[in-house]
Design a protein around this ligand. Structure first.
Ligand SMILES: *[C@@H]1O[C@H](CO)[C@@H](O)[C@H](O)[C@H]1NC(C)=O
Ligand SMILES: *[C@@H]1O[C@H](CO)[C@@H](O)[C@H](O)[C@H]1NC(C)=O
Ligand SMILES: *[C@@H]1O[C@H](CO)[C@@H](O)[C@H](O)[C@H]1NC(C)=O
Ligand SMILES: *[C@@H]1O[C@H](CO)[C@@H](O)[C@H](O)[C@H]1NC(C)=O
Length: 384
């Protein structure tokens, strides 16, 4: 009885809200397709902080591989497999054995984006298949130097219960078979999400004095638990400006950029569909000989049939000073003949955890005969 009255009241409120929304929509649409919204209408509850743990199986061998090389650049142009790309549909399990409970799938691709290290650019969705998160996804885009003990990659978004998610994943190899490339990787990650409150879990965790010991007793569904965000130790958010020169080199004996996909000539207008892998030096000054500050590793593809507009996905791997080893992740549109192009910074690792911001790229020098370019980057980042 009480429940039905309650739901009737809720329904009335909802109707009023919907009516207001419609009136508002008609009255206030800017540009016809966009309008301001009250974020309360999204129904977002208190932001939560959760910790997930599972094992990721990357299987190349046997009759049922979960990983498939989809791009093999010409051997003579590729050092150490630079430019090789694999598509994955990797099982995520509760324990290190493939036979243990299936929690989800890691679906996406990774490519070798370094000419000197086993550093991948990885883009994948963790599709969760168990418990209350069943059907929700978390999206990862970051740098993974596979022979490092612990690799950190940003969680850049999500769907379902993970809408507006941000966070980071820690991957550490549990088992690796160099003869066939099969790997089992333990993935642990704290990620913010915005679903139901679990304050009791948080208080329980703090009562027990830390999260490491409380894992087993508090884990929901075995692979996820709420966490107190204070345990992250995030300090005050800072705003930084980084400036460097990006060298995209196709010519000579040591190119830093390699075309890895060339669509059939008859199907491609002005190179639409061409994709390059890059391991581009980032230097302090416009000369390649100036101080090396890091590498831009990732790829870009021509995604317009009318303009030189690229989709760019890359990690800025910083190699100097206190940011040495930290990465910033960029995913955006770059219309290369515009004076200034702006691309979003969508995340980061290390000192750039939870980074957001934007990069301004402006061409310093371009050689149309071989495609070599020097581009000035000014990157504005909010980070902790
Ligand atoms: C690779 O080999 C092919 C065929 O021999 C040749 O056409 C091409 O120019 C070579 N590429 C490089 C980068 O050496
Ligand atoms: C997860 O959701 C799918 C699709 O709704 C459903 O078929 C499946 O049984 C669910 N799995 C579990 C373990 O709840
Ligand atoms: C391109 O040419 C190839 C070989 O002539 C042909 O098989 C293919 O259908 C063509 N593709 C398009 C999109 O016209
Ligand atoms: C950056 O870190 C790497 C790995 O820890 C180290 O080998 C290198 O010497 C460091 N470089 C600088 C300039 O501090």
């Amino acid at each position: 009885m009480a429940a039905s009255i309650f739901s009737k009241t809720q329904f009335t409120i909802l109707s009023i809200l919907l009516t207001l929304t419609l009136v508002f929509a008609l009255g206030a649409a800017e540009d016809g397709f966009v309008r301001a919204m009250d974020r309360k209408l999204l129904g977002l509850k208190k932001q939560k902080f959760s910790h997930f743990q599972f094992y990721w199986h990357d299987i190349y061998s046997g009759k049922n591989p979960s990983a498939l090389p989809i791009i093999q650049p010409p051997k003579n142009s590729s050092k150490n497999g630079f430019g090789v790309v694999s598509m994955i549909d990797d099982p995520l399990t509760e324990g290190p054995e493939l036979s243990s409970k299936l929690l989800g799938k890691a679906q996406g691709f990774y490519g070798l984006a370094s000419q000197t290290e086993a550093a991948l650019i990885m883009a994948m969705n963790f599709h969760i298949m168990q418990g209350k998160y069943n059907g929700s996804t978390l999206t990862i885009l970051g740098r993974n130097n596979v022979f490092n003990k612990v690799r950190e990659m940003p969680v850049i978004g999500g769907s379902g219960l993970f809408r507006f998610a941000s966070g980071y994943a820690h991957a550490s190899t549990h088992k690796f078979n160099p003869s066939n490339g099969d790997a089992v990787v333990e993935v642990i990650f704290p990620a913010f999400d915005l679903c139901d409150d679990k304050d009791w879990l948080l208080s329980e965790i703090s009562r027990r004095g830390g999260w490491a010991r409380s894992w087993t007793s508090l884990a929901e569904d075995g692979f996820v638990r709420a966490m107190d965000r204070k345990l992250l130790g995030l300090k005050k958010q800072k705003f930084s400006h980084f400036r460097f020169f990006f060298h995209d080199i196709y010519s000579g004996k040591n190119p830093s950029a390699l075309s890895i996909i060339q669509p059939p000539k008859n199907s491609s207008k002005i190179g639409f569909g061409v994709v390059s892998m890059i391991d581009d030096p980032l230097t302090e000054g416009p000369e390649l000989s100036s101080k090396l500050l890091g590498k831009a590793q990732g790829f870009y593809g021509l995604a317009s049939q009318t303009e030189a507009a690229l989709i760019v996905a890359m990690n800025f791997h910083i190699m100097q000073g206190k940011y040495n080893g930290s990465t910033l992740t960029i995913l955006g549109r770059n219309n290369v003949f515009n004076k200034v192009r702006e691309m979003p910074v969508i995340g980061g690792s290390g000192l750039f955890r939870f980074a957001s911001g934007y990069a301004h790229a402006s061409t310093h020098k371009f050689n149309p005969s071989n495609g070599d370019a020097v581009v000035e980057y000014n990157v504005y980042v909010l980070h902790y």
